[in-house]
Design a protein around this ligand. Structure first.
Ligand code: DC
Length: 228
C-alpha cells in the first residue's frame, strides 16, 4: 500500500539524539528503507585512518575519494571497499574523528550523491544532519529530533556499554559537545533545522512514544498510515 508513491522522510538532529533508533523502527513499520548517512561519514573516516592518513587534514582525507567505495546493505551492514566495518565505525577512534571528515566539502558532495540516488528509487527514512536542509530539500516529511546534552550522553553511554565499547561518562559528554560544536559550525551544510521541519523533543519520551509521534507526523504530512 505504502509503495504507490515514493516518499522521503528526513530525520535530522544532533549527535546521539536517538535518530537512528527511531528512523530504523519507523522504516520497518512503514516498509521503507532506512538510510543511516552518519554511518557513511563514519565509514569514510575509517578508510582515512586505515590508509594511514590524518583525518584532520582535508587534502589527505579527500585524496582517497576516488578509491573509496561505501555501501549500505539492506540488513544494516556497512561496507567500506568490500570490508564489513559495521562495528568498527562505532569505536571511539572513528567517533572522535568523524566530524573532521564530515566538514570536508568534497567528501560531503560524494556521499550526498549516493544518498540522493538511494532516495530516488524507493521510499526512505534517512537520518543525518543536513537531510532536510540539503540532501533532500523536497522531502515530504522533515523531523528535527532533539534532546538535552545530558540525556544524549546518557543514551550513548548505555549504548556503548551494550556494544562492549569502554568509555567514561565524562568522555561521552565531551565527545557529544565537541561534535555538536563542529557539526553546527562547519561552513558547508551545517547542522540546523529546516524551516519546514517539525521539532520533536525526546527528553521526556520513551522510544515507543517517539516512534508514535514520528508516525503521526508522517501520517499528517503524507496520509501514509502505519499498519501495526
Ligand atoms: O549520526 P552519527 O553520530 O553516526 O554521525 C556521525 C558524524 O557524521 C557526525 O559527527 C555528524 C556527521 N554527519 C553529517 O555531517 N551529516 C550527516 N548527514 C550525517 C552525519
Amino acid at each position: 500500500m505504502n509503495e504507490q508513491k515514493i516518499i522521503s522522510v528526513a530525520i535530522d538532529g544532533p549527535a546521539a539524539a536517538g535518530k537512528s533508533t527511531i528512523a530504523k523502527r519507523v522504516a520497518k513499520i512503514l516498509d521503507f528503507t532506512y538510510v543511516d548517512t552518519g554511518a557513511m561519514y563514519r565509514a569514510f573516516t575509517y578508510a582515512v585512518i586505515k590508509a594511514g592518513l590524518n583525518p584532520e587534514s582535508e587534502a589527505e582525507s579527500c585524496s582517497i575519494i576516488p578509491n573509496t567505495d561505501i555501501e549500505l546493505l539492506p540488513n544494516g551492514t556497512v561496507l567500506c571497499n568490500g570490508e564489513d566495518v559495521t562495528k568498527v565505525i562505532r569505536e571511539p577512534l572513528v567517533s572522535g574523528n568523524v566530524s573532521y571528515i564530515a566538514s570536508y566539502k568534497d567528501i560531503r558532495l560524494a556521499l550526498v550523491e549516493l544518498q540522493r540516488k538511494m532516495a530516488m528509487s524507493k521510499s526512505v527514512v534517512m537520518d543525518g544532519r543536513d537531510i532536510g536542509t540539503y540532501v533532500l530539500p523536497n522531502a515530504e516529511v522533515k523531523i528535527y529530533q532533539i534532546a538535552s546534552v545530558e540525556v544524549r550522553a546518557q543514551r550513548r553511554y548505555i549504548e556503548n556499554q551494550e556494544k562492549g565499547i569502554e568509555t567514561s561518562m565524562d568522555d561521552v559528554i565531551a565527545d557529544v559537545k565537541k561534535r555538536d560544536y563542529i557539526d553546527s559550525h562547519r561552513a558547508f551544510a551545517p547542522l540546523r533545522p529546516a524551516e519546514d521541519a517539525v521539532h520533536l523533543d525526546t527528553d521526556n519520551l520513551t522510544i515507543d512514544e517517539v516512534v508514535e509521534a514520528a508516525l503521526k507526523i508522517i501520517e499528517e504530512k503524507t496520509g501514509v498510515k502505519a499498519c501495526h
